[in-house]
Design a protein around this ligand. Structure first.
Ligand SMILES: C[S@@+](CC[C@H](N)C(=O)[O-])C[C@H]1O[C@@H](n2cnc3c(N)ncnc32)[C@H](O)[C@@H]1O
Length: 219
């Protein structure tokens, strides 16, 4: 049985991960997958996002809300983090654990309900490979739309292990949606949506990230 079957009702042979409907199992697998370093990894991602106290932040494909709760600590009482995910089970789970400056809404990355320019920072971790392939460009355009000019974007995606045996093991357990290289997966989605890339890098044990900005009107 693949990991996909344990986490959601979606076809585990599909090229996209679909929604995840088992939040407790997801958090359990995530703590194991990060080899006990999940908090450290997401704290570093928060640092790479450039988040500042007072920021209005959107977390697209927020899942159990693990990352948004870390971001909320930095955003502070004058900031606010909004998590969006199409899975009702994930949103309910995240809501039960939400600090006062975090809100969660059901929704899809490719059809965000937020107004234009309403966020300082948009993050999305491990969510692009879960979106329908045909919806990924629209989701990136939506992230661009809801950011204010000068606002920042942080995308983190799964990076298969470089060790071939480990890579085959991960692929066998997780299914096709996690066999991709993050470079192939993201392609030119981020610049094509209008973003300017600021940086990129690997974050061990299994993430690749891209930092970008929505150009200001003056350029
Ligand atoms: C692997 S989880 C990542 C959760 C969280 N961001 C993290 O880093 O732990 C991927 C999430 O993407 C969500 N998802 C699936 N399709 C989506 C879509 N079209 N738009 C936004 N999120 C989606 C899934 O329901 C799931 O909660």
């Amino acid at each position: 049985m693949g990991l996909g079957k344990l986490l959601h009702k979606h076809d585990e042979h599909a090229e996209e991960g679909g929604t995840i409907d088992r939040p407790r199992a997801y958090d359990l697998f995530a703590s194991i997958g990060y080899l006990g370093r999940r908090r450290e990894v997401y704290t570093r991602l928060a640092l790479f996002s450039g988040i500042r106290p007072g920021d209005k932040v959107l977390d697209v494909g927020c899942g159990t809300g693990y990352f948004s709760r870390i971001l909320a600590q930095v955003a502070g009482y004058s900031g606010r983090v909004t998590g969006v995910d199409p899975s009702e089970a994930m949103i309910e789970y995240a809501r039960r654990r939400a600090p006062a400056n975090c809100v969660y809404e059901e929704g899809e990355g490719q059809a965000l309900k937020a107004e234009d320019g309403s966020f300082d920072l948009v993050v999305s971790s491990l969510a692009v490979h879960h979106m329908p392939v045909a919806a990924r460009a629209a989701a990136m355009r939506e992230m661009f739309r809801v950011l204010r000019p000068g606002g920042r974007l942080l995308i983190a995606e799964f990076r298969p292990p470089s060790n071939r045996l480990l890579a085959r093991l991960t692929a066998a357990v997780s299914g096709p949606a996690m066999r991709h290289s993050p470079h192939d997966l993201l392609g030119d989605l981020i610049p094509a949506a209008g973003f300017e890339i600021l940086g990129e890098g690997d974050l061990p044990p299994m993430l690749y990230y891209v930092q970008a900005v929505k150009p200001t009107l003056e350029g």
